[in-house]
Design a binder for this molecule. Structure first.
Ligand code: ADP
Length: 254
């Protein structure tokens, strides 16, 4: 038995959650946990409710039924949102002449935790520098965000999402529009953040990625059709039926 794994704290608990947009049922009776230091992939076909589930956990939407707990607190009572980082879908559609530097974009992630007056001080700029370093973008701090490649911009948005040192980082389809080489480097960077203690939750349809980097898989299709370890996922016939090419999955996580 892996004792270290047994001891890990549950940081998100989803219990019997249902959600509909008006009269369209999108999520039905979803129950699962996210454990500290997991690298979880949420997979499933387009429209299967993946983004909606993330938005419910981030309290951007409210469930019609069921409960969500974050760091042991019912979501309605949870207030430490600095512990949660989020990189939404299509964060990288940027006007190339938008006159804001990498350093400023990252430092803006400090604003939500501030009370009036909400300007950025040296501590904020230092935190931004450190976050940029963690994602390998510290050499670009004074560059305009619009001058960077899609992959580099995505790193900057991750730096902004981790500038408050969150416990958990949610990413929704983060590699859309990024070339294959940059994607590989990107996932290695997520591995590094995960090894440093940040729990990662990734919405993706990239099965190759699931195979290489994650330790847990949740497969949605309105219901939660699978939730378990990467190893269980690879040997699960149900998940394989649902995922095109799933029968080719082999175990080679590093
Ligand atoms: P996924 O992330 O798996 O592609 P989504 O959670 O984005 O799925 O969407 C699930 C379903 O909910 C889809 O049928 C989608 O069209 C619908 N949907 C998503 N957002 C909205 C919205 N704001 N209003 C109404 N329907 C929505």
């Amino acid at each position: 038995m892996d004792i270290t794994r047994e001891k890990r704290q549950i940081i998100v608990k989803v219990e019997h959650v249902n959600f509909s947009y008006r009269d369209q049922l999108v999520l039905r009776d979803i129950t699962f946990d996210i454990t500290d230091r997991d690298f979880l992939a949420i997979i499933g076909p387009n429209g299967s409710g993946k983004s909606t589930l993330i938005k419910l956990i981030l309290k951007l939407l409210s469930p019609d039924g069921g409960r969500i707990y974050i760091l042991g607190k019912l979501i309605q009572e949870f207030s430490d949102w600095g512990a949660i980082g989020y990189v939404p879908q299509k964060a990288t559609h940027i006007d190339p002449i938008f006159p804001i530097t990498v350093h400023e974009v990252v430092a803006l992630g400090r604003l939500p935790g501030k009370t009036f007056p909400r300007w950025l001080n040296k501590k904020d700029r230092d935190a931004a520098r450190q976050a940029a370093k963690l994602v390998g973008m510290d050499a670009y701090l004074s560059r305009r965000i619009g001058e960077l490649s899609g992959g580099q911009q995505q790193r900057v948005f991750i730096a902004r999402a981790i500038v408050n040192r969150p416990r958990i980082l949610f990413l929704d389809e983060p590699t859309t529009g990024i070339d294959a080489k940059a994607q590989d480097e990107f996932y290695e960077m997520l591995d590094t953040l995960n090894r440093q203690g940040i729990t990662i939750v990734l919405v993706t349809h990239d099965i190759g990625l699931v195979n290489k980097h994650v330790n847990k898989v949740a497969c949605l299709n309105q219901n939660l059709v699978f939730h378990g370890t990467h190893e269980e996922f690879c040997s699960s016939s149900k998940a394989k039926e649902l995922i095109p090419g799933g029968h080719h999955l082999i175990l080679h996580r590093h």
